[in-house]
Ligand binder design. Sequence first.
Ligand code: NAD
Length: 292
Amino acid sequence: MTATIIDGKAIGARMLDATSAEAAMLANAGWAPRLVSISVGDVAAAELYVRNQSSNAARAGVAFEARNYAADISLEQLIGVLHGLNADPRVNGIIIQRPLPAHIPVKALQRAVHPLKDVEGMHPASIGNIVYNDMTLGPCTAVAAVEILKSLPLTIEGLDVTVIGHSEIVGKPIAFLMMGLGATVTVCHKMTHQMSMHSRRADAVFVAAGVPGLVRGEMLKPGAALIDIGINRVEGKTVGDANFASCAETAGWITPVPGGVGPVTVAVLMKNAVLATRMQMDHYRDAFAAAE
Ligand code: NAD
């Protein structure tokens, strides 16, 4: 094996430390950051994520409240709940846990979260801001994947990057974030012909397709960085989208699954919670100043 295995837990832990210092400053100013997590119906499906977010929040000095709603709650009622949270200055961020029951479209809920409380970075306004290089509340997974690449000793300007997967919340934002940093970006997806032609040219490959074993070592340029965002269950084990053994033979750096992008993603969520709290504090102060 030649690749250095990227320690996502260590990167996440550094981010959490910086975030907890910020959270303490906000708490001193009377703005202790507080998140509310919304689960609907089958609570068990998201339980592991919620527990993980809750323990990371505790570590970052962010209060965390998990709320569960019955599976038969209507979309209108849930949107009403979100409007209440949007208006409550004691709530600084809202997390919508997935999966949701079939009658609750996730996009409708994401749109109903106030952009200043959009800690997951999934409101259309947050996604759109990325096009303008404003990454304040970016989608957590995409930001985490880019932060990992930035932690490597590579010059991002001019770097040839291939992104495999072009979903709204992962692949596309990664492509825009990397363009914003000066990389030359190629985006591949399900319809791409000869994906390996694009991946083999790249100094860094991001893969977020949800297809275990999609990227193999021979599809990479020797020494390239491989950031594997996929989370798949195969024979009771969690694996990414890369065939880890063969990719680790060719790549220069590789993220493991689990232990790569995941811990950085939750750290970005906490960082966003603190940023959102600061933005809300400034927003209320500006509003009061204008009223006086
Ligand atoms: P998605 O299903 O919305 O999008 C998948 C993308 O991959 C699409 O653009 C599709 O065209 C492309 N794709 C599918 N099969 C392909 C193939 N054979 N070749 C090339 N491209 C192909 O998925 P998503 O929400 O973007 O998630 C992608 C993966 O990332 C999933 O495994 C998901 O579990 C994981 N994920 C991880 C985190 C994290 O924190 N690490 C967060 C979100 C999603």
